[in-house]
Every structure is written in structure tokens, then in C-alpha cells.
Write a protein that binds this ligand. Structure first.
Ligand code: SF4
Length: 344
């Protein structure tokens, strides 16, 4: 019989589960603390549990390993990129970025992705499978254990479309922010979506205080269709309505991610259209000069033209930053390290 994935239980679920095997509720609290606060990687380490209970846990449950295969460190800014192997052999990547305000980890939510965005290396091999809550948490836990440094911010912006793995994502957020675990503030979590409208609406109703980031990348329906196949399914007007709904329900200002692709969406006309779309919205825009990937013929704009684009948005009163490039001397674009591994 397959052992159960014990790190994927929320606090409430673990209490029910332990009661269902004849254990007292407080035992669940002890186990939860070992798993999500002390980041224990074996039942053996849970020394305040009786040997009999540890053996019982060992028989029916497992702490699924997220094993490090490779770690690259940027000489420029100390950014670390990790390649992890999951229990079934799938490989995923995560990034640790060190900022003045704390350490931020960008995690993957799926092995591969089926969304097909044209500028993205993560989707080139399609979707293998969804990650479980424990595999999403495991990336953060391993990075904390490997570096000995506390993670204070989490962005779900690596490989995968998080809202295409909705149930697991929601459980992951509940466990990560639970006061009995790492207790990361919901306000320090950002989830990025390419615009899956029904799931954006559902997320608005969860009453989380997380930031939702929309991968916009084009300021008109036509431009989005060229860059993101998901645009054929959800029209830009529906996506923007879902963003407004999210802001109304949660009071959280939306972030819009806009990859600047030279000659494709970085013209003065694009800046004008984008300003028109966003100027009456309470939001923040992140401009991301695209990382070239060799399978596609996209180039990043010059620094001058990115700055020019930014100035045009600012003139319309839009809050905008150009995302600082982190770790540009290591396998740059999201999904490239994993892809190089898959090919070797
Ligand atoms: S940008 Fe995100 S949603 Fe789009 S293909 Fe890449 S991983 Fe998937």
C-alpha cells in the first residue's frame, strides 16, 4: 500500500488523521511542528514521540524527499538556482534571491506547463504533472535547510501555472502561513497567473491576503493572442474584470507582469495602449526585459528602450518598476536549467 504524504496535510487535516488512527489531538500538533517548523526530514528525529508511534508513522506515512541535484550561485548578486529531484524522478527548479528586505524564494508549482506562452522555456516539453503541497513546501524547506537562512517571501512564479493546480496551491498556502508551521505572512506571498478567469474568481473568495500577479504581456487582445494561447480561451476584458474582482474582494493591489520583447510588445504604441488599460486601476506594473531562449527568436529590448517604455507609463500615473535582473550569469530564464538537465 502506498504510504501517505504526511507533509501535505493541513493543521486541521492532520488532527483528524491522527484521531482516525487512535492518537490524541495534541500528538498531531507535535508532529506538525516537527514537519513544518523544525523541518524534520525523518520520523526518527521526532524525539518527543514514543518509539511505537514513530514506527506506526513510518509504516503508513512518508516525508517525501525533495533532493538537490544541482546548485548554481551567481557571482554577481548571490542568487542561487536549485535543481531538485522529486520522488518519481521528475526534476524541478527553484530560485533563492537575496534582497535587503529579506530572502525570497521563487518556486515551481508543476513539473512542466501546458499553457504554451511563446516566450517561456518551461512549457517547451509540456506538462508532466501537478506538484503536491508537500513538493511545493519542500522547495522552501530544502532551501532553508541548505542555506541556514530564513525565507521571508515566496513567489509562485517558477515552472507551472499555479491556478492550473488549484487545490494543491490553496493547501500549500494554508500550510505555509499556518501559525504552527513556518508562519510566513500571507502578504509576503505572490501567486502569478497567466489569466485563468474562473480560478482567479475562486481565489478571490478564499479570503487570503496574498498578492495576485497577472502575466499580462500584451496590452490588447490581439497582442496577447500572439504571445499566450490562454488568451484564446479567456478574453482580455474577462481577465481584467477578474483582476478588478480580486481587488474588490481582497483589497490587495494587483501586480501586472509585462515581459518586454523587442519589436513585439515594446513600441510606443504598446506603451500607450498599456497606459490606457491600466491608468485607472490601483496596480503595480513589473516590466521584465525578456530572457532570450534559443528555441524562440525573441530578443530583449535595450536598456534605453525599456526605460523609455517605463517613463511613458509613469507619465500616465502608473506605478511601475523594471525588474532587476537576478542571477543573469547563471542559467537565466525560468525553466532553462531544468531543460538543460532533461536533455543531458
Ligand atoms: S509563463 Fe508560466 S504559465 Fe506561461 S508557459 Fe511559462 S510557466 Fe506556463
Amino acid at each position: 500500500m502506498e504510504k501517505k504524504d504526511i507533509c501535505s496535510y493541513t493543521w486541521e487535516e492532520l488532527q483528524e488523521e491522527m484521531q482516525s488512527i487512535g492518537e490524541k489531538k495534541f500528538r498531531a500538533g507535535q508532529i506538525y511542528g516537527w514537519l513544518h517548523e523544525k523541518l524534520a526530514d525523518s520520523f526518527e528525529r521526532m524525539t518527543n514521540l514514543s518509539k511505537a508511534l514513530r514506527e506506526k508513522l513510518e509504516d503508513s506515512y512518508e516525508i517525501r524527499p525533495v533532493e538537490m541535484l544541482e546548485r548554481q550561485t551567481s557571482k554577481l548578486d548571490g542568487t542561487n538556482k536549485f535543481l531538485f529531484r522529486l520522488e518519481d524522478g521528475n526534476v524541478i527548479e527553484s530560485v533563492l534571491m537575496r534582497y535587503q528586505h529579506g530572502n525570497s524564494v521563487c518556486i515551481s508549482s508543476q513539473a512542466g506547463c501546458r499553457m504554451g506562452c511563446r516566450f517561456c522555456a518551461s512549457t517547451l516539453g509540456g506538462l508532466q504533472r501537478n506538484l503536491t503541497p508537500s513538493e511545493m513546501l519542500g522547495q522552501i524547506y530544502r532551501i532553508q535547510a541548505l542555506t541556514g537562512e530564513r525565507v521571508s517571501n515566496v513567489v509562485v512564479m517558477g515552472t507551472g501555472e499555479p491556478l492550473d493546480n488549484y487545490e494543491n496551491l490553496v493547501k500549500f498556502i494554508r500550510i505555509l502561513t499556518d501559525e504552527h508551521g513556518l508562519h510566513i505572512s500571507q502578504r509576503n506571498i505572490t501567486v502569478s497567473t497567466c489569466g485563468i478567469v474562473p480560478m482567479m474568481k475562486r481565489l478571490a473568495n478564499e479570503e487570503f491576503q496574498i498578492t495576485l500577479a497577472l502575466s499580462l504581456h500584451g496590452s490588447t487582445q490581439e497582442k496577447r493572442e500572439k504571445l499566450m494561447p490562454v488568451a484564446f480561451k479567456y478574453h482580455l476584458s474577462e481577465v481584467m474584470a477578474a483582476c478588478d474582482h480580486y481587488f474588490e474582494k481582497t483589497g490587495r493591489r494587483m501586480t501586472f507582469e509585462y515581459s518586454l520583447v523587442h519589436g513585439v510588445n515594446d513600441t510606443d504604441e504598446d506603451a500607450k495602449e498599456l497606459s490606457g488599460l491600466l491608468k485607472h486601476r490601483n496596480c503595480h506594473v513589473n516590466l521584465i526585459p525578456v530572457n532570450p531562449i534559443k528555441e524562440r527568436n525573441y530578443q530583449k529590448p535595450s536598456k534605453k528602450s525599456a526605460l523609455n517604455f517605463k517613463n511613458k507609463l509613469e507619465k500616465s500615473g502608473i506605478n511601475v518598476t523594471i525588474r532587476r535582473e537576478m542571477g543573469s550569469d547563471i542559467d537565466g530564464a525560468c525553466g532553462q536549467l531544468r531543460r538543460r538537465y532533461a536533455k543531458s
